[in-house]
Ligand binder design. Structure first.
Ligand code: ZN
Length: 149
């Protein structure tokens, strides 16, 4: 796909962004800093030019180390990316923060020294869809009358 301005944001919607995306290539970062900052075994990032990101309503910034900081939402806690404090005109946005993350594909691993290998290939594990978990569906219907998307 060609250049495209894509939108995204945090879980609660307070922080929104528009970003020019040049290609479908993304990657997984497995470094311990990213694992800690996101609470995930790895984090999917899309690399973009910092000047191509327009923030609407935020973000908040976590000063995560002497060399980097991370945009996030202080209200809902969503991790939104990574940027070096100096010497770089690019940054990362978290893939799943995009409204439609489906075009992105992982092309490489970073922070490979702390990969949790048991989580890399999960193909073939039992799968269940959200709408097939009746206990959860009942809670959503009771609370809102419908399932979220
Ligand atoms: Zn939020």
């Amino acid at each position: 796909m060609a250049d495209e301005v894509m939108e995204g944001g945090c879980a609660c919607g307070r922080v929104r962004f528009k970003a020019r995306v040049e290609d479908d290539e993304a990657y997984l970062c497995h470094c311990r800093m990213c694992q800690r900052a996101t609470g995930s075994v790895s984090i999917a990032f899309k690399h973009v030019k910092a000047a191509d990101v327009e923030w609407l309503g935020g973000p908040d910034w976590y000063d995560s180390s002497p060399i980097a900081r991370r945009p996030y939402c202080a209200r809902c806690g969503t991790s939104l990316g990574f940027i070096f404090k100096e010497g770089s005109d690019s940054m990362d946005l978290t893939v799943a923060a995009f409204d439609d993350p489906s075009r992105f594909e992982p092309k490489h691993h970073f922070g490979a020294e702390s990969i949790h290998r048991a989580w890399l290939n999960t193909e073939g594990l039992p799968e269940m869809q959200t709408q097939d978990y009746q206990k959860l569906v009942d809670k959503w219907i009771d609370a809102t009358g419908k399932m979220p998307h």
